[in-house]
Each structure stands twice: as structure tokens, then as C-alpha cells.
Write a protein that binds this ligand. Structure first.
Ligand code: HAM
Length: 417
């Protein structure tokens, strides 16, 4: 037997109802906020992520699935959506001329992480990116969209963490202070953090190693180093959130694992998820479009992990519905009638199922129950003789004989379509 690679999943139909609930809620919330869908390649030149996420980020330095194509070019399976969307936006002359461009995506992402509950190597995100809106209102809009999606799928046990990591200019003083603080603690740092201290000190705050956690408590807070523009932006975002009744907690140590962020960063975390506690996250990235060669354009976005959201709603027992009708028959003539009835029902937009090979009534009824059909449409000798079908409601057990030519009208009433 050949098995699937570690950290990947087969998503069978029993998970699709929850999946559709989550992506359906996201699509609807994006629609009412005027976001439109973009589909971008799963494969990009590696450079897109090195430039976008930063060479020192964990994702780029350790977690990308990268290979050379036959022409010797380096390609990477996308670990996230933002860098590719920015690449597409800059490359497409029409869209980047729009004053404001609101895009969303849904699809698989790939990270070579150590698999565990809620941490996969192939996982799925939906996300939104907004270009051309530098005002704090758009930070609020993006955050409140995710808040609305969580509410629509029934996720309520979570905390929204918000921070501002400022712009490169106000981050300089902070990084000096941070480097000073951690240099004094060098002997206590994990192996990775010793490298982070040298190469990318902001990532020190992102370390997940248990021994490094207590060191963060007294470290300098970035919000104390914000310049006037970044500080007033942050204040305005918090005001919008409060006025929009989006509960949040300030998290001055939240820096996020990607290098493109400026100003606002945020995470939706749920303790129930354990170690991998964020089910959605994002932030502003006002310099990324410029870094990709585009006209400098402020931007903000977020992405949510569909599998992590699914974990949070598993106790809600969302089950996929069975077919509307299961057509049951006895005898050769009844079987032919069953085939035409099944086809007629399907042509009218109802889902229908039947057993082609002759089996007893009982066995067919059992199967209809197992498949969670709503109705059994029974065709035996009596029904054939009378040009009728017996419709049995499999929930209540009530059955009635319906004339063939009224069957579709009856189903429309019964199944409310
Ligand atoms: P991220 O925090 O790397 O941000 O990922 C967003 C979400 O994807 C996480 O909160 C989590 O729910 C899910 N996720 C990440 N890694 C895994 C994994 N290995 N297994 C399962 N789920 C995972 C981004 O990707 C940014 N592009 C978000 C963004 C958009 N920022 C601005 N615009």
C-alpha cells in the first residue's frame, strides 16, 4: 500500500460540510465587503518568497518546498498567499492602476514543518489582501471581516491580539534596545535565537522555545518606540475596533513570523488549539508592493487556516446531508420505472440514488437509511398498476401514494425548493 506523505491529508466527504460552512461564510463576508476572488499559481519562482517574506524568516530559511525545474530555475510551492498576490498585483498593469483593489483567495499552502495536530505540510487558507488603502479604517475592515467570519461559523471562544510593529524608521531605535537587552542574556538563549540576535533580532520575540519564553517578559516593547505617524495610526485602529464592537487585547510582543509587516499586526488565537493556537492572522505591509517593483502602495491583509477553524467547530456536529430521495423498486418492470423516476428527480434538481441490481425491499430501505436519504420513493406492482409512487418520509415514517405526474410538485413542497 502506498501512503500519503507526512503532514498531508485526504479530506473525505464527511469533512466537507464543515469545510463548505467555513469557506461559504468567508466568501459571503468577502462579497459584502466588495472583495473579489483571485486565483494565483501554487508554484512561484523562489525569489517571490525570499523577497516577500525575508530570507531570515523561519518559513524561507527552513520550511519551503523548493526544487529546480528542468531549466535550472528555482521554484517553490507557495507557503502562503500574500507574496504571490503582491507579485500578481504588480505584474498586472490593469489592477495596479485601480485606486483601491480588494482581493481574496482560497487554496492550499505548503510548509515543511514538523506535523502535529493543527500543523500540516499541506494546509488550506482563505485570505484577503487590500491594496491602496493606507487609512486605519482598512485595518479595522480587514480585522472585522475575520471577526464576522468566525461569528458566522460559530467560533466564539477566542482572543484577538493586536499590536503595531511600526515602520522601518521607528523600528531602528527599538531594534537597538532589543539587541542591547538580549545581548545581556546571550548565554540563556536557544541555538536559533543566538543566530536571530545576529541576523534578525525582531524574530527573537517570535521564538517558540520554552526556555526563551520567560526572557520576553522584560524585553523592550515596540509600542513604546513608535513615531508619531505610527502611534496615531495604531490609536485610530484601536478606536475603530472599540467603536465597531470588535473585542481585542493589545499584545506588545506580537511581531509575527514574516518580515513584510509594518504598523498593525494581529492574530486570532484559541487556547483550545494548543501549541498551534492561531487560526487566523495578518497585518499591514505598506512597503511590499514597492519592494516588488510596483508603485509604492499601502496594503493590508490576513489569512485563516481552514483546518484549524475546522478543529474549532468539530463539536458542532455539522454533517453532510444525504440524498433527497432513494428510489426503491421490486421486479423488472418496476426497475425500469425506477431508472426513469430517478432521472426525472435528478433533472429537477433533487439528488437521488438507487440500487441498479435487484435486491429485496428491506435491503434497499436499509441502504436508504444508511445513506441518510430524506425520502424513499417506492415503486412496486401496485404503484406500477396505478401510475403512482409511494413516498416514505424516512424521518417520520409517514408514507403517501403520489401520482407520477404530481411527484415533482410534491417533492418541491416537501423538500421546500
Ligand atoms: P500565517 O500566520 O503564516 O500568515 O498563516 C495564517 C494562518 O494559516 C495561521 O493563523 C494558521 O491558521 C494557518 N497555518 C499556517 N501554517 C499552518 C500549518 N503548517 N498547518 C495548518 N495551518 C497553518 C500568513 O500566511 C500571511 N500570509 C497572512 C497575511 C495575509 N498577512 C497579510 N496578508
Amino acid at each position: 500500500m502506498i501512503s500519503k506523505p507526512p503532514g498531508t491529508e485526504d479530506i473525505f466527504p464527511d469533512r466537507i460540510a464543515a469545510w463548505d460552512l467555513i469557506t461559504g461564510a468567508a466568501r459571503e463576508v468577502f462579497r459584502i465587503h466588495n472583495y473579489r476572488e483571485i486565483k494565483i499559481p501554487v508554484l512561484e519562482f523562489t525569489e517571490v518568497f525570499v523577497r516577500g517574506l525575508g530570507g531570515e524568516s523561519d518559513i524561507v530559511s527552513k520550511e519551503m518546498f523548493t526544487f529546480e525545474d528542468r531549466g535550472g530555475r528555482r521554484l517553490t510551492l507557495r507557503p502562503e498567499g500574500t507574496a504571490g498576490v503582491v507579485r500578481a498585483y504588480v505584474e498586472n498593469g490593469e489592477y495596479n492602476r485601480l485606486a483601491a483593489c480588494k482581493l481574496f483567495y482560497v487554496g492550499p499552502m505548503f510548509r515543511a514543518e514538523r506535523p502535529q495536530k493543527g500543523r500540516l505540510r499541506q494546509f488550506n487558507q482563505f485570505g484577503a489582501e487590500m491594496f491602496g488603502g493606507g487609512e486605519p479604517f482598512y485595518d479595522y475592515e480587514v480585522i472585522s471581516m475575520m471577526n464576522m467570519i468566525a461569528a458566522r461559523v460559530g467560533i466564539d471562544d477566542y482572543t484577538l491580539l493586536v499590536n503595531s510593529i511600526g515602520c522601518p524608521s521607528c523600528r531602528k531605535d527599538f531594534l537597538n534596545a532589543l539587541t542591547g537587552y538580549y545581548t545581556g542574556l546571550k548565554d540563556l538563549l536557544c541555538k536559533d535565537c543566538v543566530v536571530r540576535l545576529e541576523r534578525n533580532p525582531l524574530r527573537l520575540l517570535d521564538c517558540k522555545e520554552a526556555s526563551c519564553q520567560p526572557l520576553k517578559k522584560d524585553s523592550p516593547k515596540i509600542t513604546e518606540y513608535l513615531d508619531e505617524e505610527c502611534r496615531s495610526h495604531y490609536e485610530a485602529v484601536k478606536k475603530y475596533l472599540s467603536e465597531g464592537s470588535v473585542p481585542f487585547q493589545e499584545a506588545p510582543l506580537l511581531v509575527r513570523g514574516l518580515d513584510y509587516y509594518t504598523k498593525t499586526t494581529f492574530e486570532f488565537v484559541a487556547t483550545r488549539l494548543g501549541g498551534q493556537n492561531a487560526f487566523a492572522a495578518g497585518g499591514r505591509y505598506d512597503n511590499l508592493v514597492g519592494e516588488f517593483g510596483g508603485r509604492p502602495t499601502p496594503a493590508i491583509g490576513f489569512a485563516a487556516g481552514i483546518e484549524r477553524m475546522e478543529i474549532l467547530i468539530t463539536d458542532k456536529k455539522i454533517t453532510a446531508p444525504g440524498p433527497d430521495a432513494f428510489v426503491i423498486h421490486a421486479g423488472e418492470a418496476a426497475r425500469n420505472k425506477a431508472v426513469s423516476t430517478c432521472t426525472l428527480v435528478r433533472k429537477n434538481g433533487f439528488s437521488a440514488e438507487m440500487e441498479p441490481a435487484p435486491k429485496g425491499f428491506k435491503a434497499q430501505l436499509k441502504k436508504a437509511d444508511r445513506e441518510k436519504a430524506s425520502l424513499a420513493l417506492i415503486i412496486g406492482e401496485d404503484e406500477l398498476a396505478q401510475g403512482s409512487v409511494t413516498v416514505k418520509d424516512l424521518q417520520t415514517g409517514v408514507q403517501e401514494m403520489i401520482r407520477e405526474d404530481s411527484l415533482i410538485g410534491y417533492l418541491k413542497g416537501k423538500l421546500r425548493r
